[in-house]
Design a protein around this ligand. Structure first.
Ligand SMILES: O=C(CO)[C@H](O)[C@H](O)COP(=O)(O)O
Length: 275
C-alpha cells in the first residue's frame, strides 16, 4: 500500500525543454518510429513480444538486465530455454527485483548483483505506462512489498547500453494518466491511535531500501513526463521516483493485431532485419 497521497499540477507541454537533472540542455529525441514485428504467430501476443525481444537483442556473452512484470517474466523464462538449448551462451543476468532474480534462478540463468555490476549490455523491462514519442516510462506503480525496488530497477536500466520495454498497447499513450511513485526519506507519521515511528504508524510501506512511497496523483493528463521528473529531482527528501528517461529506448508494443517495435533512435530502424 502507498504511504500517502499528494497532488501536483500537471506541467505544460509548451514549456518542454528536455533539460537533464544536471542542468544541461539536451536535444529533443527523434519521434518514435513504428514497424511491424515478427513470426511465431501461434503464441499469445505478450509471449511473442517477449520472445522477439530475446531473439532480436540478446547475443551470447552479454550481461543482461532482467526486468520485472509479466512480460519480463516470460522473457526470463525464454532466455533460460535458449541457454539450455545452447542457442545462447555465457549470459549473465542482473535482476531488477527479488522476483526477477527468483525467476532467473529457476530458469538457470547465472546472476550477478546490480551493485557489483557497472556495465550492462542490454536490459528489458515492463512498464506501467510509456509516453508516446519520448518513450519516457513510469515504473513501480504496483505495491512495493515483494522485494521490488525502484532504485535497483532504475540502476539496472540506466547502466544498460540499450533498453527495451515490453508493454501492451493500452500502456502506450499520448496523454498519460494516473500516478507517479515517489520515494522519500522515511518520515514520522502522526498516528490516530497508539504510537508512530517511521516503520509503523498507520502501516506505511517501507521499501527494502528504507524509504516511504508517495503516489503523486495527477487529476488531469500528464503533459510532460520529463518536466515532472525534473521537478521531482529538485524536491528536498525525494530520493528517487518511477520515471525512467533513457535514450535510446525501444518499446515492443503488444496489441490484438500483433507486435510493433517503436524505437526512439531513428537511425537504428534502418538496421532492423526485414520483419
Ligand atoms: O515496475 C514495473 C516494471 O518493473 C511495473 O510497474 C510492473 O512490473 C508492471 O507489471 P505488469 O506489466 O505485469 O503489469
Amino acid at each position: 500500500m502507498v504511504a500517502s497521497t499528494a497532488s501536483l499540477a500537471p506541467p505544460c507541454r509548451s514549456s518542454l525543454s528536455f533539460t537533464s537533472s544536471s542542468g544541461r540542455a539536451r536535444a529533443p529525441p527523434p519521434r518514435a518510429v513504428r514497424c511491424s514485428a515478427p513470426s511465431d504467430i501461434d503464441a499469445p501476443p505478450l509471449l511473442r513480444a517477449a520472445k522477439y525481444t530475446v531473439d532480436r537483442y540478446i547475443k551470447s556473452g552479454m550481461v543482461v538486465g532482467l526486468g520485472s512484470g509479466n512480460a519480463s517474466c516470460m522473457a526470463i523464462k525464454y532466455l533460460g530455454q535458449q541457454l539450455r538449448a545452447g542457442t545462447l551462451e555465457d549470459i549473465v543476468g542482473v535482476p531488477t527485483s527479488v522476483t526477477s532474480a527468483s525467476e532467473a534462478a529457476k530458469s538457470g540463468i547465472p546472476l550477478d548483483d546490480y551493485q557489483g555490476c557497472s556495465q550492462i549490455d542490454f536490459a528489458f523491462d515492463d512498464a506501467d505506462i510509456i509516453e508516446e514519442d519520448t518513450l519516457i516510462a513510469v515504473i513501480g506503480r504496483r505495491k512495493l512489498e515483494g522485494g521490488e525496488s525502484i532504485i535497483q530497477e532504475k540502476f539496472v536500466l540506466n547502466a544498460a547500453k540499450r533498453i527495451v520495454f515490453i508493454i501492451t498497447e493500452n500502456k502506450y499513450k499520448g496523454a498519460l494518466d494516473g500516478s507517479v511513485p515517489v520515494l522519500v526519506q522515511s518520515v514520522w507519521r502522526r498516528p490516530s491511535i497508539g504510537h508512530a515511528d517511521p516503520f509503523g504508524g498507520d502501516f506505511p510501506v517501507v521499501t527494502k531500501d528504507g524509504h516511504n512511497v508517495l503516489d503523486v496523483i495527477f487529476t488531469s493528463p500528464i503533459a510532460n513526463l520529463a518536466q515532472v521528473a525534473e521537478s521531482l529531482d529538485r524536491v528536498d527528501r525525494v530520493v528517487d521516483h518511477g520515471i525512467v528517461s533513457k535514450f535510446p529506448c525501444t518499446a515492443v508494443v503488444v496489441s490484438e493485431s500483433g507486435v510493433s517495435v517503436i524505437d526512439s533512435a531513428l537511425t537504428k530502424v534502418a538496421g532492423y532485419p526485414a520483419l
